[in-house]
Write a protein that binds this ligand. Sequence first.
Ligand code: FE2
Length: 433
Amino acid sequence: MVPNKLKILLPLWAVVMAITAVKATADYVRPPARKTLHFPWDPKPSSHPQQVHISLAGENHMRVTWITSDASSPSLVEYGTSPGQYTSKGHGDTTSYSYILYSSGTIHHTVIGPLEHNTVYYYRCGGQGPELHFKTPPAQFPVTFAVAGDLGQTGWTKSTLDHIDLCEYDVHLLPGDLSYADYIQRRWDTFGELVQPLASARPWMVTQGNHEKENIPFFIDGFESYNARWKMPYEESGSSSNLFYSFEVAGAHVVMLGSYTYYDENSDQYNWLKADLSTVDRKKTPWLLALFHVPWYNSNHAHQGEGDEMMQVMEPLLYAAGVDIVFAGHVHAYERSKRVYNGKSDPCGPVHITIGDGGNKEGLANRYKDPSPEWSVFREASFGHGELKIVNSTHAFWSWHRNDDDESVRSDEAWITSFTTTGCVAKEQKEGR
Ligand SMILES: [Fe+2]
């Protein structure tokens, strides 16, 4: 029996919630999203390695991550350059976490190497399981990055991943919002299974988005699941947190920042970034890239202004260091800017690319500011992915590929020249920056 008072209050509450929801989404109208994929129950032996993915872990090393149900399964990776012939091995360590009623499997992290560049390695995890293989990135240009953020695990995600799989690339860059688990921990597991075919074959370098933040005040730290499952080379890059780090690959220094951890001038992240940028040697790494989740240059109505605070604090650092390209996600659409700084075109600033269009369950953000700002070159609300081919120390080719009825269609492209060619280095030195 529902008490009379409750009978009156419930509809009222429903109306208030509906108005709130309309208000929150009134800024833009999203076309239908595709449904979350169905993952049939597929029990595996308890020691079977699941959700395998790899990430760069310092010079010539790779971190292999996988999960087993069995806690006693060894954190062993056997590997070699011929199928079935494992001439080397590496041992790692494990972690696990609990989240309310959920207990994760045993999460294994094993760093292997030194590895040869541009070489296919065959490997298996835990002394058993299927043989997998990955290719290490090249030592020199050309090097190609696949870029897609806000992935999720929907029909659109599958479409995007299929297109990335067809591309010849060396490293995947993901500017936040991975699984859209949103507190339901089992979804982290299904996401791990969904991406394994790609993420076990090429390093996936990720940073956090708002959907990784699953905190319960006083009980659970916001990034516990993300940090346990997607360990990145923060220790290798002198960072105190998995939420911000850097790595170098084939002439590119890549800085991965956290939009959802402290970034003020007294923060660990700010001080680490300053120190990290000061170590960049443009002769060794002529290209300097940065990734974070919330865009600073965004002419979409969605998430408008959310990155302003971080931009105010950190943009001068990136500008002074001569960052070439910034990738962000969060806004479920694609946008490319001119080189910009301080809100307007500037030949010495980075090109900003928003690429939060991987395929998430929330759909697209398709309402833009009109007229378009002078710094915005191309913008479109479609799912898709990007490819950045750094050809040499001065030139890179960027292309964005829309998922057009499941076909990958190259819809935007641009040659980008590196900061080192713009004459801004001389300007920088002249101004004493
Ligand atoms: Fe987001």
